[in-house]
Design a protein around this ligand. Sequence first.
Ligand code: CP
Ligand code: NVA
Length: 311
Amino acid sequence: MVNSSKNKKIRHFLEIKDFNKDEILYIFERSKFIKEKFKKYEAHMPLHDRTLAMIFEKASTRTRVSFEAGIYQMGGYAINLTSNDSQLGRSEPIEDTARVISRMVDIVMIRTFEQERVRKFAEYSRVPVINGLTNEFHPCQILADIFTFIEHRGSIENKKVAWIGDANNMSYTWLQAAEILGFTLHISAPNGYKLDEKLIKNSSSDILKQFDDPNEACKNVDLVTTDVWTSMGYEAENSKRKAAFENWCVDAKMMSSANDDALFMHCLPAHRGEEVTNEVIEGPKSVVWDEAENRLHVQKALMEFLLLGKL
Ligand code: CP
Ligand code: NVA
């Protein structure tokens, strides 16, 4: 069943703010339902015969497996393309690629560099487009992270989250989520790697608080989270970043500044001994494996919502 959404208004998921609070909460409700069915080995196949095209211009383990397994489990199919094995790597314009692929499949997931590339794909697409990570945002990961928080601790509203390290795609996505769902984000990044002032000029000081000292940022928070010091695409800066981020390693001391029942999350892959100690990531507050698994369940709910709407 291809292009069944052709005549409906197409929704895309390129940033968290493409959805309102009710829609995000609906996705979480469906994620819970879909996860329960998965755990009971009960089939949930509302996307029978639907095809997902996945385009990877950067490496992936979790995103690839969770989208591919997710569409199969819902009765559909996946096609995997990379820059190396498609004409994208030989300079076919993204607009042309979008117009062609979206005539053949029902939904598209893209992982690439600039957000503008995903935005342009969506502009020319006949079918919903999902951002599977760009330099600017990683919205599927934040859906999984917040769903994981809710599973362990209940609503995230009015809670405090500390982001320790690079002000990267994950941190900007956390900020959008904080603005929509109503929680406070503490961010601590070294000089030169902080949030871009131009991009946060409208953020309220109730939602976003920045700290020079990462230990201060962790004080009394409900969740501590971090990510690699060098994101994909920035590898040339690796040694400079290693020196700059030396004091931004989430360790037992930082975790002890947080609330007693605080959780630790990391989108993975992790570099133990860099952004997090082995003790913390393997410790009792860490929920990183639930967080990774939940990519599968929230993305199934996301694809269901984009293709079928609220059920
Ligand atoms: N967290 C995440 O997106 O992992 P992958 O890079 O393995 O897809
Ligand atoms: N910030 C990291 C996330 C990887 C899942 C990156 O963009 O490489």
